[in-house]
Ligand binder design. Sequence first.
Ligand code: SF4
Length: 311
Amino acid sequence: MKLRDNGAVSEQNPITLDEARRPRPASAALTKTGGFLAGFTHTLQPYIGCRFGCEYCYVKALSVHQFHQPPLAWGEYVHPRTGIAEKLRKELARAQARGELDALAIFMSSATDPYQAAERRWRLSRACLEVFADYPPGLLMVQTRSPLVADDFARLARLGTRCWLSFTVETDRDEVRRALTPRCPAIAQRLETIAAARAHGLNVQVAVSPCLPYSDVETFGAQLVELAGRVVVDTYTSGDGQAGIRTARTGVAGRYAAQGWGDWRSEGAAQALYAWLSARIGARAGWSQAGFSALARSVTCVAPAQTAVVS
Ligand code: SF4
């Protein structure tokens, strides 16, 4: 199957920017989860689509993009799910009435980045955090690669040990980032944000997901150990939910060939990094699905399975 990609919003494309950014009111907030995120009970997506538009993003293969109307390339649209915080408040109030709040492990977000630029205008992720302050779940994991999350450090800190910030840093080489995910924040900005989050007292996990070509094990590994409370390392083959089949449908293979980065399917460099980290920080280093779900399983005691996580 070839992934649908119907072109960018432009003067030649009759679809307007307004349509590509139009709000889509949320009919519900929490979605029950499974697969790769089996340790978590729910996901929460404040937006539909993601303007970071990463080449390797597996969401391109999911129905949320394949059946998106109007047809647009991945990365060209983002719809704020307006009213999501109000829906979340009702759903968490019901969970509290049933005595189930402590058993909830929520992943925000698996199919969008909750702190992409649209958040600056809509503040839906922030509104959800305000609701979580009133109804704290057993675990909230906020997954992002955006320095914009710093605006909400104080709101994350209010949740104490119930909240982890999971921050994506796939490589320490910014030229790799520019070649594969040019719209994403620079690596240096991300490292600064992580350091600031730790200084703020937040629990921070670094997601090396997917692990991209990096400098060398000791340089990157030492940086990660110094920065984060936990580190999860993942690859296209272990982490895309279909042993690399989803990634094979993207432009990743062509980019690797053009850059001379070798076989994109190889897990050797990622495994070397994981082994180096494990030798130094033990169980605070995680691999792929088990690594992502480890904290959640301590809340929900759900056994692991397979699909994928992004952002
Ligand atoms: S990988 Fe994450 S940040 Fe990149 S496009 Fe997909 S959802 Fe957005």
